[in-house]
Design a protein around this ligand. Sequence first.
Ligand code: ADP
Ligand code: MG
Length: 390
Amino acid sequence: MANIQELKQTFVARFGESEQDIHVFHAPGRVNLIGEHTDYNGGYVFPAALTFGTTLLIRKRDDKGLGLASTNFPTTNVLSVEKVVYDKADDWMNYPKGIVNEILQQGVVFSSGYDLLYHGEIPNGSGLSSSASIEVVTAFALLTLENQPIDTVKIALMAQKSENEFNGVQCGIMDQFAVANGKKDHAILLMCDTLEYDLVPFESGSYKLVIGNTNKRRGLVDSAYNERRSQCEQAVKELQAAHPELTLLGQLSLEQFNASKHLIKDEVVLKRAQHVVEEIDRVLKSMEALKANDLAQFGQLMNGSHDSLRDLYEVTGAELDAMVDAARKVPGVLGARMTGAGFGGCTVSLVHEDSVEQFKEQVGKEYTEKTGLVADFYVCSIGNGVEQLA
Ligand code: ADP
Ligand code: MG
């Protein structure tokens, strides 16, 4: 957790002294435990909020200015809360600006301007959702200080809309939803299509969630993502011969899919669809495993998820595969998989607490030998969604 006293000093050094109070908010990063590439197919995802994330210090100004600073990135200029426009030169500041824009679009007239200082503990661009974290903490803080009603589902939707429209990044709702609605020691079973969700206790006892960062940038992700999406749409079209009402693959059970999959002509399209339907089935099975307190079974399902993403959906890549292979060799590991969109980013493993040190050493070493890259590891606990700290 960030040192708030130090951050307050940084804040005052940056923005000066004032009569107004400095308020402190926090939004986590998130990790998806199982259910990958299911979101846009009307299926389930199962993310959890992390204990580390983005801390925001915020204070009202005497004018309508918008002062933005980050301990992670340089700042350019002071903006205004009355009018915001996207400007590439403003770099990261376009994320908070996008949120101000959403709030303005809702008809809110800001009572004052604000100074904001962010301190992020999430590695950027690694698939742990630092962008959703900065968006959600900004929306929550500004709406709270403007005495607006707080609805964390609406905040998630607002943050997604600003990332999609203001920043031009096509992301689904999972990240913002998990960051806004997470709960300590719970994961979120979320149906991305309807936003129905359930907070499921995730008590891993003597097992720890260990995130491994491949430190490989997710270069291919945009084009491959669009290709996978259109392959899923293609599968739906062909399956409509047997299921005229079908609009998304997630509407079919595994049994229904297997009975009609001969309708899919292209071998690659078939593999993609097979992954999606089996992955949704794995998420449901993982709920049963958790209810039965069977973490070993949960780990097996994590393994199945990765293998399917590697062989059927083909979104893992050499780095994620090398890390997962190394992870599974460590005694005390129940399961290991990639998390996020793929081609780089992070893995998540369920590791016995007595094996964590060995895990970091052995996986780190083998990963570097195979890829030439140096991995980072984060031993995680599941934390709360966005909240006010002070
Ligand atoms: P991810 O969400 O997987 O971490 P993205 O590329 O979607 O990766 O978002 C990362 C971007 O979000 C950063 O490049 C930066 O623009 C912005 N960002 C995230 N955290 C912070 C922070 N603490 N301060 C300033 N900008 C941040
Ligand atoms: Mg992001």
